[in-house]
Design a protein around this ligand. Structure first.
Ligand code: NCD
Length: 347
């Protein structure tokens, strides 16, 4: 299989096979970050531009590190230091950046749909690094990758997503990814932050933390996105914390081997107690590690399509081997001379 998307704008619209293909490719990349020399020549000569219109620590550095580990040149532009300050529109900024022939443009923007607009320019692949309250597809992939690493097959697992679902692009992308891969998703939060329309994805809604956590395999905590909240969705922070902060006591409702995820940044004492965030069930820093592998995979798949098309032809000409037994495999080890074993998938 090849990944035929030109842009990476969201989880919406990706098939189960496409998701598994990107996840498997990411898993094959993970090992590069464990080497002493964490660099392969795969994207040598290519330029990746990170265009960030919102604050970011993890996502931005993760894309930058991913590009550099693939030997691409990574350029970071943030709105506060760019010509946006001088009144330039997003489209004009993008046209100018594309005129310098980058291999991909990574965009984070406060407006939902901004990367889709850039994709319509169709000058280079666009990767969504978080658009408004809409999607954050690479975050969902790294979350799913971390859950798979700990719990194996996603199919049949129950995952609780807790907190400010209404404003969370992380929740939306995760709901799509997890349900596509066959997980049961429970959304937990105050009724004002639980959009009823999300029920169309077949998720459960809970307004009681402990009831919602009963028997779950994984818990994904979300930050209150106060910068996006246009009115008071709950009486006070204190009240919210009393009902929805993940404490050691609340955790007892979940399965004994439960894992705790958080996309960061965390507000300790608001949505998550420090004893949980730093405790034995937390996989929060593993998520960050996996984020680099996921972004390496996405950059690789989007910027090497010509080569992939050529490989496709060689498959058609009977020159490829070892594909039997699985319909979804990680891209073979084209990124360096080390052979990455081809794995059968079945997740
Ligand atoms: C998330 C985001 O920006 O959407 N963080 C991230 O990318 N690591 C979640 C958040 O800001 O709360």
């Amino acid at each position: 299989m090849t990944f035929s998307q030109r842009h990476f704008l969201g989880i919406e619209g990706l098939s189960r096979d496409e998701l598994l293909f990107v996840l498997n490719t990411a898993e094959s990349f993970r090992e590069i970050s464990e080497r002493e020399v964490k660099k392969v020549p795969t994207l040598r000569g290519k330029t990746i531009i990170n265009l960030f219109y919102e604050s970011s620590t993890r996502t931005r550095s993760s894309f930058e590190i991913a590009a550099k580990r693939l030997s691409a040149d990574a350029i970071n532009i943030s709105a506060s230091t760019s010509s946006v300050n001088k009144g330039e529109t997003l489209m004009d900024t993008a046209r100018n950046l594309c005129a310098m022939r980058p291999a991909a443009l990574v965009l984070r923007h406060p407006a939902s749909g901004a990367p889709h607009l850039l994709a319509r320019l169709n000058q280079c692949p666009v990767i969504n690094a978080g658009d408004g309250t809409h999607e954050h597809p690479t975050q969902a992939l790294l979350d799913v990758m971390t859950i798979r690493e700990h719990l194996g097959d996603i199919y049949g697992k129950t995952v609780a997503i807790v907190g400010d679902i209404l404003h969370s692009r992380v929740a939306r992308s995760n709901i799509l990814a997890l349900t596509t891969l066959g997980a049961q998703v429970r959304l937990i939060g105050p009724p004002t932050l639980l959009p009823p329309e999300f029920s169309r994805w077949g998720v459960e809604r809970h307004t009681d933390l402990r009831a919602g956590l009963a028997g779950v395999d994984a818990i994904m905590m979300l930050r209150l996105q106060r910068e996006r909240q246009t009115r008071n969705f709950f009486p006070s922070l204190d009240e919210y914390a009393r009902r929805f902060c993940l404490t050691v006591e609340a955790l007892k409702e979940a399965k004994p081997n439960v894992i705790i995820l958080h996309p960061g940044p965390m507000n300790r004492g608001v949505e998550i107690d420090s004893r949980v965030a730093d405790g034995p069930y937390s996989v929060i820093l593993e998520q960050v590690t996996n984020g680099v592998a996921v972004r390496m995979a996405v950059l690789y798949l989007l910027t090497t399509q010509e080569r992939l098309a050529t490989q496709d032809q060689s498959v058609a000409h009977g020159q490829a081997v070892g594909q039997e037994g699985s319909d979804v495999q990680a891209e073979p080890s084209a990124w360096d001379e080390h052979t990455v074993p081809k794995r059968a998938v079945g997740q």
